[in-house]
Design a protein around this ligand. Structure first.
Ligand code: SF4
Length: 418
């Protein structure tokens, strides 16, 4: 079956109007910590993360592979499995701390109050059940047995909500395209109109056209039921167009958080700034500028700020003391020692070159002399590959951060749209 055309009601992927200021938060994550036990000690995959969302708000959580995004998504649902464990904090959903609920109460909350749209739709659907049976299962588990015709009508209506025709109800997952499977997962996840939708890279396996359609569908559903959304992703383009708020994760920590347009126009954390600098600009030719170095291994984080081995602004204090999150504007926080002494992120130190035409070795010279296991080899390999290919348009550094996903035009569109 082919992917259906988007319904006429489909709207562009744009961020929602931020919920009315002053209303009670629907989701409060306070000091959340998730650890994985290993033979050589605990790995802190989510490290003292806090944020608040109001009904109707969309938060995009962005970070490299291993930054803790998906661990965060599963922790919000209290689906962390051994050897992982939630080591502390609170996940308060509409006044109730999910981390304090017993299993029975938790089962009632999941799907009805907070729902997960997982990545990998094929792995999330039962391959031997028709779509309608899977959806009815979810409804009956929470609401009890109901009239069969009423249930079928509800399935049809829910499929229409995600842009799928009624005949999909009788299909098995293997009879659907990738985009249709993802829509089906979305339909099941939101059939009970949850207050919070956690979408974990819902478009990761889809082509860009279908990605956009799926995100439009998610946005339409979210607006229809007024829920809050936590969208996990690594494609800055999709996140920037969808979200009201962005949280940037690095090595398990939320290093910057704030409204999407302000973050893109005036990032406060050096990592956020370098992510934005690495976005390809259609009007500029030359080597793309990436972030030098590699994300740290969580088992051997550098002392002080985890970003210090890669940060062009690094100074002595950064190498000994981990920065605390602090306000850097209205509704904005950043974890960086540059604040509160600076109102904005200062210009790059003169020793650092972010020139698209500069040799790779010139980018981020402030890193020289900093020990980081594996970094030198990785950069040498990367430099070799770039040199061998003579590829002026290859990006160095953070492949996971949407360097291919967000064109400057996306930012322009975002600014025009607000
Ligand atoms: Fe860079 Fe220091 Fe800020 Fe860390 S604390 S991001 S090393 S300036």
């Amino acid at each position: 079956m082919n992917e259906p055309s988007p319904s006429p009601a489909v709207v562009p992927v744009t961020s929602s109007p931020i919920a009315t200021a002053g209303t009670a938060p629907i989701l409060q994550v306070q000091d959340l910590q998730v650890a994985y036990g290993t033979s050589v000690g605990d790995v802190r995959a989510v490290d003292h993360v806090s944020f608040t969302l109001q009904a109707g708000q969309r938060l995009g959580l962005i970070g490299e592979s291993g930054s803790g995004k998906t661990t965060m998504a599963t922790a919000l649902m209290r689906l962390t499995r051994p050897p992982g464990r939630i080591a502390g904090g609170k996940v308060i959903l509409d006044g109730t701390d999910l981390l304090q609920l017993d299993d029975n109460a938790l089962r009632k909350v999941r799907l009805r109050e907070i729902a997960l749209v997982p990545q990998g739709a094929m792995n999330s659907l039962n391959p031997v059940m028709r779509v309608e049976d899977q959806m009815i299962d979810a409804i009956v588990a929470h609401e009890g047995k109901q009239n069969g015709k009423a249930l079928s009508a509800r399935v049809t209506a829910q499929l229409a909500r995600v842009g799928l025709p009624p005949q999909v109800a009788r299909r098995y997952p293997h009879e659907l395209s990738g985009g249709m499977k993802q829509r089906t997962v979305m339909a099941i996840s939101t059939v009970l109109n949850p207050k919070v939708i956690v979408a974990d890279e819902p478009t990761s396996a889809l082509d860009v056209v279908v990605q956009r359609q799926v995100m439009q569908t998610l946005g339409r559903i979210q607006e229809g039921i007024g829920s809050a959304v936590v969208l996990i992703g690594h494609d800055m383009g999709l996140i920037a167009q969808f979200a009201d708020l962005i949280g940037v994760m690095y090595a398990g920590r939320l290093v910057e958080f704030g409204p999407v347009d302000e973050m893109l126009l005036s990032p406060r954390h050096p990592y956020t700034r370098m992510l934005i600098e690495s976005i390809p600009k259609l009007t500029v030719k030359g080597r793309l500028v990436g972030i030098p170095g590699l994300p740290p291994a969580l088992l051997s984080l550098p002392p002080g700020c985890s970003f210090s081995p890669r940060c062009p602004y690094v100074f002595d204090r950064c190498r000994t003391e981990a920065p605390a999150s602090q306000p850097v504007g209205s509704g904005r926080v950043a974890a960086c020692h540059l604040y509160p002494d600076n109102a904005t992120l200062p210009p790059l130190p003169s020793s650092v070159v972010l020139d698209p035409n500069a040799p790779l070795a010139m980018v981020g010279t402030a890193m020289e002399g900093v020990e980081e296991p594996g970094r030198a080899e990785a950069e040498a390999t990367l430099a070799d590959e770039l040199g061998a290919q003579g590829a002026p348009h290859a990006a160095a550094g953070d492949s996971a951060m949407g360097v291919t996903g967000l064109a400057q035009s996306d930012i322009d569109e975002l600014h025009g749209g607000h």
